[in-house]
Design a binder for this molecule. Sequence first.
Ligand code: HH2
Length: 285
Amino acid sequence: MIAGAQTDIFACGNFSLPLHRPLIMGVINITPDSFSDGGDHFDCIRAVARAKQMISEGADILDLGGESSRPGSAPVSLEEERRRVIPVLESIVGLGVPVSVDTNKPELMQEVLGIGASMINDISALGNPGAAEAIAATQAGVCLMHMQGEPDSMQHAPVYSDVVFDVSDFLRERARRLTELGVHSARIVLDPGFGFGKTHEHNLQLLRQLSTITALGFPVLTGLSRKSLLRRMTGQADAKSRLGSSVAAALVAVRNGASIVRVHDVAETRDALLVWQTVVGPTVI
Ligand code: HH2
């Protein structure tokens, strides 16, 4: 079991994923405008092919997104998000790997869970009316992520009194609300939301002090892959040139207690984690 998480499995839908090693969540954005893979998998055939490739590379969970949440992005309508996500979901839901849908729309949550999605990944931590109830009515897993503000303006001037305390307080409260609705704690993962209403210094503080989030007793998911905080550290302006730094960031996150890493590059992350586990072991000391 990863240190911090007080559960040794992550339960999502019909799946029960052991947490004795870090899990890899492969990201597939079915969007024209995502910050690092926008347009790469915008048609269903390419998205499905990418999903199959990620499974063969060792993805433990697939995360389908139909709306970019990069800084400055504009919201997408429910109809458009459905049109993007559902055909891909229907094609991959039987492939033996849990499928997560990255959405904050309760109507879409209900629909995808009915089709067989195993997990909802919500960057607004089930903040929209009806979202928490949509999860509670199922056996789905859920990722509650912290975000300050909204994607169109969140990076303008984020302010915290103490970013680590504020984020962990928020996540604790959202998780408490969900467990009060009857959702078992083994179905909940928490995510500090790197890059979502955070300065570079805020991101660094959260990564360095991830143990404060893991201490809440839920598995922690981190999404650092290809993000612009890596540009700040390496100077790599092109998001797809951030492979090395993304893999390094995933290792740092795991070292600091992350149970699930959300990544665009599954094969490389898997190899790095295997080396890590072979030499260092699966748990964080
Ligand atoms: N980051 C993004 C989207 N969803 N979900 C969680 N739980 N954590 C994250 O860090 C996270 C997320 C942004 O990355 P990406 O999906 O690649 O880009 P875009 O939002 O532009 O589609």
